[in-house]
Design a protein around this ligand. Structure first.
Ligand code: ACO
Length: 363
């Protein structure tokens, strides 16, 4: 491994879940579906839904767990190398498509809640690929601050957290989408340590989603500016606004097209990080993919001629939690003893945008 790709290590991770568990049978009471259909097509058995928990509550609990702090009232699990002082965190990146607010951003709300008084905090939206985008941005900011000290903010410790309350943007009358998603948060704590390898390589990609196979765009449906294009004051804010993005209040998805994109994109991303890290798949101990559908993961495993058991599959109990999913699965892998120090681990994602990517690190 080239020296230039050494130093940003994983020292903790956390996962937080809302209290309410909703089974497939529960959903069969509100839409025309069945436990059999959902399990067979997706591998999902249940999902957690946030009724009273906010994105700030869930993300803060996941971050606290990653820092090794005592748990609060939210159900959380964690793995870490030791307790870390919140004031030592220099950077907090939050990936989400369901923040509690857009101003302040979700990361600022978490920073306030946890007393991360020295952290720079901002949000990042790469939909379900958020995890690999967030880790890559954090790693690059850390690396830049090490190689050019004084030129930018010094960053030695970073929290990267994904949180979603997708239950707020799901159409609960649409059986094709409502059975797929859930709520939760996952976090990873990164530390600069040149005596360890840490993150070895990464790969990010954005493919034009010309057919809008994954979308939600309700904020573009009306012009709020009270003048028309000729500068004449509008009679009302209801004036139709010509916009290239169709109005979609809820998550919209062309399932089969997404399936095809997902399998190809994940494979491409995994192959790319292995090539950049000068490694082959048999040197990898665990692949932690975005959890959208167990069949997508199985398909990728088959195409790579790798055993399905190499892949972390956590979708059964928490469904697709978008930007949180791979980080929640990473925490599961550590907690289940599926990742040991020195192991090579790949994280991979795909999502709306269309975004995709992967990160290879030594645990
Ligand atoms: N229960 C019962 N029947 C259903 C359900 C349901 N919940 N949903 C759809 N059906 C029906 C359809 O109406 C269709 O019926 P028809 O044949 O009478 O028209 C039939 O099942 C087959 O539907 P398909 O959509 O063709 O089913 P498919 O095998 O493709 O599975 C699925 C659908 C699970 C959505 C699959 O395409 C998939 O996983 N795609 C990828 C989705 C994904 O990854 N999304 C998220 C990625 S991005 C992100 O994470 C935000």
């Amino acid at each position: 491994v080239k020296e230039a790709y050494v130093g940003c290590t994983v020292i903790g991770c956390g996962k937080a879940l809302p209290k309410l568990s909703v089974s497939n049978d529960d959903l069969a009471k509100i839409v025309d579906t069945s436990d059999e259909w959902i399990v067979k097509r997706t591998g999902i058995h249940e999902r957690r839904i946030a009724i009273s928990e906010s994105s700030t509550d869930l993300a803060s609990a996941a971050c606290s767990a990653a820092l090794g702090a005592e748990g609060g009232s939210i159900e959380a699990s964690s793995w870490n190398l030791g307790q870390v002082d919140p004031e030592s965190i220099d950077l907090l990146i939050c990936m989400t498509i369901t923040p509690d607010a857009t101003i302040p951003c979700q990361a600022s709300l978490i920073k306030m809640r946890l007393g991360l008084s020295n952290a720079v905090a901002f949000d990042l939206n790469a939909a379900c690929s958020g995890c690999v985008y967030g880790i890559t941005v954090a790693e690059n900011m850390m690396r830049a601050s090490q190689s050019a000290p004084g030129a930018c903010n010094p960053i030695r410790r970073a929290l990267v957290v994904g949180v979603e309350r997708l239950s707020r943007i799901v159409d609960w009358t649409d059986r094709a989408t409502c059975v797929l998603f859930g709520d939760g948060a996952g976090a990873v704590l990164l530390e600069w340590n040149e005596s360890r390898k840490g993150i070895i390589s990464s790969f990010l990609k954005n493919t034009d989603d010309v057919e809008l196979t994954l979308s939600r765009a309700n904020m573009f449906n009306r012009a709020l500016f009270p003048f028309d294009e000729a500068g004449v004051a509008a009679q009302s804010n209801d004036a139709a606004y010509d916009c290239a993005i169709p109005v979609t209040e809820y998550i919209g998805m062309a399932g089969r097209t997404v399936f095809k994109f997902a399998t190809a994109a994940m494979r491409e991303a995994i192959d790319a990080v292995l090539e950049r890290g000068d490694m082959t798949v048999d040197q990898v101990a665990r692949i932690v993919p975005h959890q959208a559908n167990e069949r997508i993961i199985a398909h990728v495993a088959k195409k790579m001629e790798a055993p399905l058991d190499l892949f972390q599959v956590s979708i059964g109990s928490s469904a697709n939690t978008s930007a949180a999913s791979a980080l929640m699965a990473l925490c599961d892998a550590y907690c289940q003893g599926r990742i040991a120090q020195g192991d090579n681990v790949v994280m991979a994602g795909f999502g709306g945008g269309l975004t995709s990517g992967a990160v290879l690190f030594e645990a």
